[in-house]
Write a protein that binds this ligand. Structure first.
Ligand SMILES: NC(=O)c1ccc[n+]([C@@H]2O[C@H](COP(=O)([O-])OP(=O)(O)OC[C@H]3O[C@@H](n4cnc5c(N)ncnc54)[C@H](OP(=O)(O)O)[C@@H]3O)[C@@H](O)[C@H]2O)c1
Length: 311
C-alpha cells in the first residue's frame, strides 16, 4: 500500500512525505527557492501529498513557502508542522506550555496562510509541562478545528508511555531512522504498536549519504549543517560503514533500474510496514527519484542483504 490513514485525517496520506527543512533556506548549503517550490509541486503531481515542516525551519521561512505553494491545492495536501522549540535572542528552549502552544499555533497558521494545520507535532518534549496540560490544550484546538491531528516527535518508548491515555488522539510520531541509523528500531516498533500510531522516519536518506552520490572524500561548505561532525553519517567509522551499505545498495538499484535513494526508502517502507518515510528534497529530480520507491518491490533476498549489512 502506498497510502495510509492518519487518525483524524480523512484524506489518505502517501507513505512517502517531503521534508521541508531545505525550504527553510538555512543550513542545507545553497538552495534555490524556485527549485524547492517546483520539487513540492512535482511531488504532488506524483501522488505525494504529505509535506513536513516546522516553525523553526529557517525561522518560519519553510512554512511561508509551503503556504504559498499549496494555497491553491490546500484540500489535496496534508501539511505537518511542529511546535515546541522556542528561539529567543539566538537561544533555544524547549517549551510545550499551553501559553506557548497558543502563540506558536497562531504564528504557524499565519505563515502557512491556512485556517487549519493537518498534523500538529510536538517537535521535542520539554519534560516540564505536564502531559495532561499540553494534550488538553492541543485537543481543545483540535475540537475548535485549528488542528486535524496531533503527532509526536523525537520520543523514546518511555516518553510514549505517558501518552497512553491519549492514544486515540495521537496520529503519528517522527523519529530518526534509516539503513544508516537503526539504533532506535525496537523503540520505534514498540511505540508504534503501543499507541497504534504511524512512525514517520526522518534522516531516511542518512542526510544524503544513502543516495550513493557521496564517497570517502565528501566535504561540505560551512553553510551546510553536514559540515559539522555531529552529522556523523559523513565522518570516520560511520562514513566507512555507510559506504559499505551503499556498496550493497548499488547493485540492487541497478537490478531494478531505480535510483539508490529509492532503495533506501523502499527498505524502510518494507521494514516498518505502517511507516511513512520523510525525505528532504532540493529539486524536482530528487523528488522524482524518491517517488520511484513507491513503484517497485525489493526481493526477500535483497531485504535480507540490506538488513545484514546495516545491522
Ligand atoms: N522531527 C525532527 O526532529 C526532524 C529532524 C530532522 C529532519 N526532519 C524532517 O525530515 C526531513 C528529511 O530528513 P533530513 O533532513 O535528515 O534528510 P534526508 O531526507 O535523510 O536527506 C535529505 C537530503 O538528501 C539529498 N537528497 C534527497 N533526495 C535525493 C535524491 N533522490 N538524490 C540525491 N540526493 C538526494 C538532499 O541533499 P543534497 O542534495 O544536498 O545531498 C536532501 O536535502 C526534513 O526535511 C524534515 O522535514 C525532522
Amino acid at each position: 500500500m502506498n497510502t495510509t490513514q492518519l487518525k483524524g485525517i480523512s484524506l489518505p496520506a502517501s507513505r512517502l512525505c517531503i521534508g521541508g527543512c531545505p525550504a527553510g533556506e538555512y543550513g542545507w548549503g545553497d538552495v534555490s527557492r524556485e527549485e524547492i517550490e517546483a520539487a513540492m509541486l512535482r511531488a504532488l503531481e506524483l501522488g505525494i501529498n504529505v509535506f513536513d515542516t516546522a516553525d523553526t525551519y529557517g525561522l518560519g521561512r519553510s512554512e511561508i513557502t509551503m503556504g504559498e505553494v499549496f494555497h491553491a491545492h490546500r484540500d489535496r495536501v496534508i501539511i505537518a508542522t511542529k511546535f515546541g522549540v522556542r528561539i529567543e535572542h539566538g537561544k533555544t528552549f524547549y517549551d510545550n506550555s499551553p501559553a506557548y502552544i497558543e502563540k506558536a499555533l497562531a504564528a504557524s497558521l499565519k505563515r502557512l496562510n491556512s485556517d487549519y494545520i493537518d498534523l500538529y507535532q510536538i517537535h521535542y518534549l520539554d519534560h516540564q509541562t505536564p502531559i495532561d496540560q499540553m494534550m488538553e490544550t492541543l485537543i481543545r484546538r483540535k475540537q475548535q478545528g485549528d488542528i486535524r491531528a496531533i503527532g509526536l516527535s523525537n520520543v523514546g518508548a518511555k516518553d510514549a508511555e505517558a501518552f497512553l491515555p491519549y492514544a486515540d488522539e495521537i496520529a503519528s510520531f517522527q523519529n530518526h531512522y534509516s539503513l544508516a541509523h537503526r539504533t532506535d528500531e525496537s523503540e520505534i516498533e514498540t511505540i508504534a504498536s503501543s499507541l497504534q500510531i504511524s512512525p514517520m522516519t526522518w534522516g531516511s536518506l542518512g542526510q544524503g549519504i544513502l543516495t550513493g552520490k557521496y564517497d570517502a572524500s565528501v566535504r561540505f561548505e560551512a553553510n551546510d549543517r553536514r559540515s559539522r561532525s555531529i552529522y556523523d553519517n559523513f565522518y570516520g567509522k560511520k562514513l566507512a560503514r555507510n559506504l559499505r551499505i551503499v556498496d550493497v545498495m548499488r547493485p540492487i538499484a541497478v537490478h531494478h533500474d531505480v535510483p539508490i535513494a529509492a532503495v533506501a526508502i523502499r527498505w524502510i517502507l518494507d521494514k516498518l510496514p505502517t511507516s511513512m518515510v520523510i525525505t528532504g528534497v532540493k529539486n524536482p529530480k530528487q523528488a522524482e527519484g524518491n517517488a520511484i520507491a513507491l513503484s517497485f518491490e525489493l526481493t526477500p533476498n535483497e531485504l535480507q542483504q540490506l538488513d545484514d549489512v546495516s545491522k
